[in-house]
Design a protein around this ligand. Sequence first.
Ligand code: ACO
Length: 436
Amino acid sequence: MTPSDVKATLSFSDGSPSMELPIYKGTVGPDVIDIRKLYGQTGKFTYDPGFLSTASCNSTITYIDGDKGELLYRGYPIEQLATNCDFLETCYLLLNGELPNQSQKDEFVGRVTNHTMVNEQMQFFLRGFRRDAHPMAVLTGLVGALSAFYHDSTDINNPEHRKIAAIRLIAKMPTLVAMAYKYSIGQPFVYPKNDLSYSGNFLRMMFATPCEEYKVNPVLERALDRIFILHADHEQNASTSTVRLCGSSGTNPFAAIAAGVACLWGPAHGGANEACLNMLEEIQAMGGMSKVGEFMEKVKDKNSGVRLMGFGHRVYKNYDPRAKLMQETCNEVLAELGLENDPLFALAKKLEQIALEDDYFVQRKLYPNVDFYSGIVQRAIGIPVPLFTAIFALARTVGWIAQLDEMIGDPEYKIGRPRQLFVGAAKRDVAPIASR
Ligand code: ACO
């Protein structure tokens, strides 16, 4: 961190001594005021629920400029990565800081490929779930269960062990997600096939059956790969912060990633793509295009509790760059499958057009986020709606593990332990039960 020449001074109206606080500059983005000594020197905490103004760490991995609508992985714009690289190159970049050359890429792909199978015991664990269990409940359990297979061999303080855990997680997530799906529909599990690409292999594990040859459609393979790239990391979002906080206790990395999966499930985070598609289907069932105006009135009515899912973002106050790329992929996939007239896509475009022109959305800087179109793409590919967030988890695993690795390797890393403003009862005595 580079110290700034500027210092912040904190003064108090009750005459308590003021305090000078150092400021650090990042490569780009807002400076931060270092408040680590604040409590020691003033006996006061800061108050920032939801982390609206608080940087929880320093990081070199992902940078977002929410006003410009810019997303960079290790300095590279997401548009260039999505156009020129595949998902495993992106994983290499996120984990190692640089894009691989051809031999580095071959070696990395080979390593990931070597780890795509999961222990045969995992299927017995999976069989304990009800067939109609939500895939995110299943995935939280399966990823947590991986920690049991690699506990003694994983020393979180050993960088080499962390690297192997990263490779295992990236390699096994598609296998686990596909197994969860096959289990839910009562079909046999399809083992990975290592001469296919990462996305092609996933499509095959999802949609092949032992009775027929499965041919990977290159347009769908590329679309899925792009979904993975766009979701690979997003700096200190809720699930990544969960992984960091969980991992900060020194826990098993597979267990920390399971915590990230659990956090991602929520509709305000990764669950939004599922919620967005359900919303589109509901509007369609209500009467489709003719009901769009009525629905938008509900969205704008604060008492209705209805939000336009797939719209708005804590950081982006401009068009989410991933949403633009996803819309492009959506067009390609629908054309490939002859679904150009898909009514949900038409509905989504109409909602977007209305929202972008409506004062309510303009004033609040609410734009489509990545989830607005990703659900339509996934549905067209044949992925069932409840599995959408599991696909997101699969893709985000690399970001989680890269961030966890960065945290453990940071000499300034400490167990995460937020403070609180206590507003409950002060100390009091327990009365005997008869007199309560
Ligand atoms: N529809 C209608 N109104 C909205 C929406 C929306 N989707 N999003 C925000 N608003 C309004 C809020 O009501 C609020 O209005 P007010 O100032 O009059 O009270 C204002 O915009 C600010 O919203 P907040 O909820 O305070 O913003 P916050 O940064 O806390 O929330 C969030 C961001 C959770 C993403 C929110 O925009 C939302 O709920 N969107 C829908 C869910 C969604 O798409 N989530 C995906 C996020 S991206 C991802 O995880 C990949």
